[in-house]
Design a protein around this ligand. Sequence first.
Ligand code: ADP
Ligand code: MG
Length: 283
Amino acid sequence: MTETKEWVVETQDLTRIYGDGEEIRALDGVSLRVAPGEFVAVMGPSGSGKSTLLNMIGALDKPTSGRVLVGGQDLATIRNKDSFRSKTVGFMFQLHNLLPTLTAIENVEVPMMGYLRSRERHERAEHLLSLVGLADRIKHLPNQLSGGQRQRVAVARALANNPPLVLADEPTGNLDTEAGEELMELLRDLNQSQGTTYVVVTHDPAVARQTNRIVVLEDGKIAREDIVSSPLEEDLKMWRHSDLGQRILNGDEEALQTLGIPHSKLEALELVLKNKTQEAELE
Ligand code: ADP
Ligand code: MG
């Protein structure tokens, strides 16, 4: 089993069949590997098995056949699923499921109960809420917060026990475009700053484009996978056709000097724009 250790998630020929009479193959032989620190989007039509896949990875449901390994460990061998879930996986759902009678900070503290003392819980919850930009809302009840703010509380809660893996099922589903974009930006920042691995189910192509890889499910099978180029490359593709991009490509130094871009960076930019290298350092 040592060779599987490097994957945060590995499903092997994962199949889930529902029903006894007329059987539904919700998942049909899905083999998927997710590397540490990856940000994967799962897309596909309604009923294609996205939620079933997430539930299996989070040990909320059992496979009919096949295996799920998380951090190299076969979920079938884990006796205490509750403990596994609270330590290893952070969950975020479309309906954020915050407890309505608890304040934001209390909601974030819930998963830490039984693991941390009251003061440590409180401090960590406070830290997490400031991380998601809600330092000034910690005592608010869910119904005193906007949809986007509630979803950010759910992000903080998902990160409560510092899990290596976060599973999110349509986290932007109930948000307007702007709040959805902000949430994705937050998740991407957290993914980069904390190294947490994310598997996010989404319908929204704009959301999916912000991830590293898109896995498309159809009828319970992986129909295809797309690697998403980095946001920087995506931006540069646009930029290449812009006035400034064209000027760099045409070597219009004078025009560029007026923009105050250091020469060292210009060369790197030029290389990327000419697509000579994607390794050029821009920072
Ligand atoms: P998605 O999240 O992509 O919309 P789901 O994973 O929820 O799809 O469902 C995949 C298929 O499995 C669907 O046909 C759905 O009706 C069926 N299904 C999901 N959960 C159950 C269940 N508990 N009992 C019976 N069928 C189910
Ligand atoms: Mg679903």
